[in-house]
Design a protein around this ligand. Structure first.
Ligand code: ARE
Ligand code: CA
Length: 428
């Protein structure tokens, strides 16, 4: 959607999180370009998920004109592009903080009725606001968008979100969705057992981000002995069919929300192990991060001379250039996504972990092993039917023979990509 434009801060990435209107103009282009992208992606089976910022509009003090021509004035709470005026923002008497900003995560009303880092907070209890947000979401649905991330859902009342979503129509069959398909929704709730708002409050409005998973996985990659405790319900982690998991996201990879104890592309060897373990493991719905390189935590994506976002350069070997990291194209990560799809619906079995290496099967469809130091040699139960399988990670350069007892000798000798993944029906 239209958002603030901040030339004095060199157009930071986070300007997109200050909405001006729900017209689809942004630093990435026009509504026509967006519609065209979604249409072309749907035609080849690639779905689009929109980061929907519906808790707030711009920050206080932000004044200007956005990409589509809509003006904004944060202090006056005036956003004619929607339109929203002062009456559509959370009444001051509902916010229990002294300065009007979120400043006490132990108090629910403080988290949800006050201004998150000075961002003008929409009053989601109003029929007018619910309708305006639903109008935005229905426009996306009409264009073929498959799902949304609800930004700052932690700062919205679950009942308000539920009401907004109840006004959203089914996904259009004209874009290839089966009749009756619903918008896929995941709620951004940073719950690290550090406040009054918890992930389980959002089970009725979709999936929820599970930030404790990032920490647990980072600890596990540092010390494989801890990997067995990755999913810790005793610690409050979201139930399996609601957990939305990831190794890192755009905030915690650069010290913004939920940072600390997170592995990123900056340590590629560890990162590959973390993504491999996440994708091999059955817990939750997994998201793969794809980044651009940065030195300053505010800096936006690679850009052209006029600061518009630069195209992604694809090198001859399939990797990215021009400042784009493209983790999703890294060999281990792309291969492990194939593994996850091949074993979908199966349980984790035959779990084995000696502190330096870890292995498990996924039902009778797949088997995964990983060695922290780069090498292992163990005979293990694979859960697989007897036969010869090949390691998809090294593009089938090595074979693994599973005997009639389901066991196989698992050898790893690869420092950079110390992983074996075999699955029924998987080839190079
Ligand atoms: C920017 C400036 C601010 C300025 C503001 C308004 O940095 O100084 O006051 O603009 O003018 C992103 C950036 C922010 C940026 C904002 C708007 O990260 O720096 O502010 O865009 O441009 C909490 C929330 C969580 C939120 C994180 C960042 O709960 O929802 O903070 N994450 C989402 C997005 C962000 C985005 C926003 C929300 C806003 O993913 O990218 O902000 O749309 C504990 C708590 C967490 C808390 C965390 C950090 O862990 O448990 O709940 O997360 O601390 O405070
Ligand atoms: Ca709010």
């Amino acid at each position: 959607m239209e958002h603030v434009i901040l030339p004095n801060d060199n157009y930071p990435w986070w300007q997109r999180y200050q909405p001006v209107s729900y017209q689809l103009y942004s630093r990435s282009g026009t509504p026509e370009q967006f519609a065209d992208m979604v249409r072309r992606c749907n035609a080849v089976g690639v779905r689009t998920y929109v980061d929907a910022v519906i808790n707030h509009m711009t920050g206080l003090g932000r004044v200007g004109v956005s990409y589509g021509g809509s003006s904004y004035n944060g202090d006056a709470h005036d956003f004619p592009g929607v339109p929203y005026t002062a009456e559509h923002f959370t009444p001051k008497n509902l916010c229990p903080s002294s300065d009007g900003n979120v400043n006490n995560y132990a108090v629910e009303e403080n988290v949800r009725n006050c201004y998150l880092v000075g961002l003008t907070d929409l009053y989601g209890a109003l029929d007018y606001v619910r309708n305006a947000v639903a109008g935005y979401l229905n426009n996306l649905v009409d264009l073929g968008v498959a799902g949304i991330r609800i930004d700052a859902a932690k700062h919205m009342w679950p009942a308000d979100i539920a009401n907004m979503l109840s006004r959203v129509k089914d996904l259009p069959t004209s874009h290839g969705f089966p009749a009756g398909s619903k918008l896929f929704v995941y709620n951004e709730v940073i719950d690290r057992n550090d406040g009054a708002v918890t992930v389980d409050e959002y089970y009725d409005t979709g999936m929820v981000t599970e930030f404790r998973y990032c920490m647990k996985l980072a600890w596990g990659i540092a010390d494989y002995g801890q990997l067995g405790g990755l999913v810790d319900y005793g610690w409050g982690m979201a139930r399996d069919d609601r957990a939305f998991v990831f190794v890192d996201n755009h905030d915690n990879q650069r010290g913004h929300g939920g940072a600390g104890d997170v592995i990123t592309h900056k340590t590629p060897r560890e990162y590959k192990q973390a993504v491999a373990y996440m994708t091999a493991h059955p817990y939750g719905f997994a998201q793969v991060m794809s980044s651009y390189y940065f030195t300053n935590t505010d800096e936006g994506p690679p850009h052209n001379a006029d600061w518009s976002t630069a195209d992604v350069v694809i090198n001859a070997d399939g990797s990215c250039g021009g400042g784009w990291v493209c983790e999703h194209r890294w060999n281990v990560i792309a291969k492990m996504v194939r593994f996850r799809n091949a074993v979908a619906g199966t349980a984790m079995e035959n779990y084995w972990n000696n502190g330096g290496a870890v292995a498990f099967s996924r039902g009778n469809k797949g088997f995964f092993a990983m060695a922290k130091g780069g090498s292992m040699d163990q005979t293990l139960s694979t859960g697989l039917p007897a036969g010869t399988y090949c390691n998809i990670i090294d593009s089938c350069a090595t074979n693994i023979n599973v005997g009639s007892d389901g066991k196989a000798r698992i050898q790893i000798n690869n420092y950079e990509e110390p992983i074996v993944a075999i699955c029924v029906g998987c080839t190079a």
